[in-house]
Design a protein around this ligand. Structure first.
Ligand SMILES: Nc1ncnc2c1ncn2[C@@H]1O[C@H](COP(=O)(O)OP(=O)(O)OP(=O)(O)O)[C@@H](O)[C@H]1O
Ligand SMILES: [Mg+2]
Length: 418
């Protein structure tokens, strides 16, 4: 492995685009440049709805991160989000290639994972991730890495995350127009899970919920690997618009009031119930009143949070995961900072709850410590896993020979084994 490799993550969200650049070595991931939050125009609920505006926002974000890091960004791991994202669990089976030793080799593993990808998806859908969960060798289950084992029949259980081919092409197109190649698209929920969840949580069973501006990306882990993902078209922007309606204010003012109230609760470490009877000074805004009871603000915010968590609870039930997630729910994403969110999640989901901030990197950590940085930092961690696993000098897989391709495929899957 060369001494250092630059890995970039671009998180394209419904409210902001943020680019994070890291210098990655054998045992350290150091953030050396961040764009901060560049307001995203042209992205709605995770989808590109205006190419030109999206390109403009991505360009501004990449440029800021380049200036800060002194690095010219030519490729990046890019997040993809939106309610078009779906998941399924697929099974693959192959006969182990006959050899002197009848040992399973990496080609067999790559073949069985390719076999698991042979699912009938409509032509409008494309696979984003195929994550091996478990291998089975001659009916023996629970094998995490079968290479070197003896056997004649190799099976794999995989979790496949797929999305709309058009949505994927549009995101890629926007990033390409800025002069940046897409190493890989990474589902926002998976990216955030890399930055926020611990291995123990993933092993025990946990639900990660990234609540952004326009979407809520959910991913469940069981026995160390993803098992179910869903994106709900609902997020923090709705909390703001509810407040604007309730206060009869402009959206910009409602957003400021929401952030100020939430930041105050964060700083004073107070819960809504402790400050429920107090008033909130809104005299600087052009409202009909100068002071608003905090109880009113909390009630409005809580109603929307309740809706979000009820929908999440419904997904848990639908995916038959009830009672299988002892590590509970980990909340991240910008709206994860909303005052009262922890309590609302606990009440509505009846599970242990924690707020997850990005971990696992050094360097400019003050700039990426908020819950809204999880997906961007996670994109870098995802890229680092691939890089360390495969020791690739470049992520370009387009020109590889077949054996090189299989080898890379194998290494990639290996990186994501629990
Ligand atoms: N301190 C805070 N308190 C409360 N809400 C906050 C805070 N900071 C950000 N938010 C809210 O978080 C939302 C943005 O979150 P985030 O940056 O994760 O979204 P995004 O990634 O752009 O969107 P998405 O993931 O939905 O496409 C906004 O609705 C914003 O109001
Ligand atoms: Mg997001």
């Amino acid at each position: 492995m060369p001494k250092e490799k630059i890995i970039t993550g671009i998180d394209i969200g419904s409210t902001k685009v943020s680019t994070t650049v890291a210098s990655v070595s054998e045992n350290k991931i150091s953030v050396i440049g961040v764009s901060g939050k560049v307001p995203s125009k042209g992205i709605n609920k995770g989808n590109v709805v205006d190419i030109d505006s999206s390109v403009e926002a991505i360009a501004a974000s990449v440029e800021k991160a380049e200036r800060m890091s002194g690095v010219s960004i030519s490729n990046a791991f890019v997040t993809i989000n939106g309610s078009h994202i779906e998941t399924l669990n697929s099974h693959g089976v192959v006969a182990v290639s006959p050899s002197d030793t009848s040992e399973i080799d990496r080609n067999d593993v790559a073949r069985v994972i390719e076999a698991a990808q042979a699912i009938s998806l409509p032509s409008t859908r494309e696979i984003i991730h195929v994550i091996p969960r478990d291998f089975i060798v001659d009916s023996q289950e629970g094998i995490k890495d079968p290479v070197g084992m003896s056997g004649v029949r190799l099976e794999v259980e995989t979790n496949v995350i797929h999305g709309s081919a058009t949505a994927m092409r549009n995101i890629t197109k926007c990033v390409n127009q800025v002069g940046v190649d897409v190493n890989e698209l990474v589902y926002t929920g998976l990216a955030s899970s890399e930055a926020v969840l611990t291995d123990t949580e993933k092993e025990l069973g946990v639900l990660l919920v990234d609540i952004g501006g326009g979407t809520t990306s959910v991913i469940a882990f069981l026995e160390g690997s993803p098992i179910h993902s869903v994106v709900l078209p609902i997020g923090g922007k709705l909390i703001t618009s509810d407040l604007a309606i309730g206060l009869r204010s402009r959206l910009e003012d409602a957003e400021k009031i929401k952030l100020r109230l939430s930041n105050e609760a964060l700083i004073t470490k107070s819960t809504p119930s402790e400050t429920y009877d107090e008033d909130f000074d809104v005299s600087e805004f052009d409202l009909e009143i100068e002071r608003v009871p905090k109880s009113m603000l909390y009630k409005i915010m809580n109603a929307r949070l309740e809706e979000i968590f009820r929908l999440v609870a419904l997904e848990v039930t639908k995916s038959t995961l009830s009672g299988k997630l002892p590590a509970g729910i980990v909340i991240t994403g910008g709206a994860g900072m909303t005052a009262g969110i922890e309590k609302s999640a606990k009440v509505n989901l009846k599970m242990p709850v924690r707020i997850g901030t990005p971990k696992g990197v050094t360097g400019l950590i003050d700039e990426i410590k908020g819950t809204d940085s999880s997906a961007g930092v996670g994109a870098i961690l995802y890229g680092t896993k691939l890089y360390r696993g495969s020791n690739l000098l470049s992520f370009d897989t387009k020109n590889g020979t077949i054996s090189k391709r299989v080898s890379k495929l194998f290494e990639k899957f290996k990186s994501f084994l629990p």
